[in-house]
Design a protein around this ligand. Structure first.
Ligand code: SAM
Length: 233
């Protein structure tokens, strides 16, 4: 990303896509390392909270290498994974999500109206140019009563935990990235949190996009959040 870790708004989508294209080969390894493997439990929590079950149709937006989609298939759901990075999708295809993947922007989902039982989205909100258009798209593709669950990073509320979290996120993660992947990308990651609205704002956005029974849950000592709701009937 030319000129610093955060791209200018007009360049954001292309810069984010180029970045994920570059880091795709090492993405899963870095994810596992950065989260000490806890990401698997957080993803399971998404599938449980979205009450994904046999026969459900799930749209996993910004699916990356397919972790959430694969988990949904293990409980008998059919999954459409959407992402705009071809190299991320190639890895997802290699892991078995094959014919269920679509290369597209999260803000223009290539999915019919009111066909999905659940929409999931993991660690991608802060990469979008704007969040309300994504929520509008999620509402469009969900059936009335359909569930949405968003998995994102969060700022811990406890001061000591927040201090440790910030040291880890702002110092250790870029260092790990520089050693094992790409410094620029893993410097963008902590910086990109500035794009993330507060949990309260996210809940307001969900309500404005036509979701009800909304709520949020913290995991990972408060450094991770699940934000959820149901499409109004
Ligand atoms: C941090 S990764 C998360 C991947 C996966 N959801 C996970 O939980 O591991 C973010 C993903 O969002 C995708 N992405 C970012 N902005 C996007 C957009 N506007 N449309 C589609 N995909 C997008 C990137 O290509 C990348 O694969």
């Amino acid at each position: 990303m030319a000129g610093g870790p955060l791209p200018a708004p007009a360049e954001k989508a292309a810069a984010v896509r180029d970045m994920f294209d570059r880091i795709a080969p090492g993405y899963d390894r870095m994810n596992g390392l950065m989260t000490a493997g806890f990401d698997r439990a957080w993803r399971r929590a998404v599938i449980e909270l979205a009450a994904v079950g046999p026969g459900d149709r799930v749209v996993d937006v910004a699916c990356g290498t397919g972790d959430l989609g694969l988990l949904a298939t293990t409980v008998g759901a059919s999954v459409v994974g959407v992402d705009f990075s071809a190299p991320m999708l190639e890895i997802a295809a290699g892991r078995g999500l094959g014919g269920r993947l679509s290369r597209a922007d999260a803000l223009e989902l290539p999915v019919a109206n009111a066909c999905a039982d659940a929409v999931t989205c993991g660690f991608a909100l802060r990469n979008f140019v704007s969040i309300p258009p994504f929520l509008a798209e999620a509402g469009r593709v969900l059936k009335p009563g359909g569930r949405i669950v968003l998995l994102e990073v969060a700022t811990p509320t406890n001061a000591l935990v927040r201090f440790c979290h910030q040291v880890y996120f702002n110092r250790v993660v870029p260092l790990l990235g520089a050693l094992l992947a790409e410094r620029e990308a893993y410097t963008y990651l902590p910086h990109s949190v500035v794009y993330l609205p507060t949990t309260v704002e996210l809940l307001e956005m969900l309500a404005a996009a036509g979701f009800e029974r909304t709520g949020a849950r913290r995991l990972g000592s408060g450094g991770i959040q699940l934000v959820y709701g149901r499409r109004r009937s």
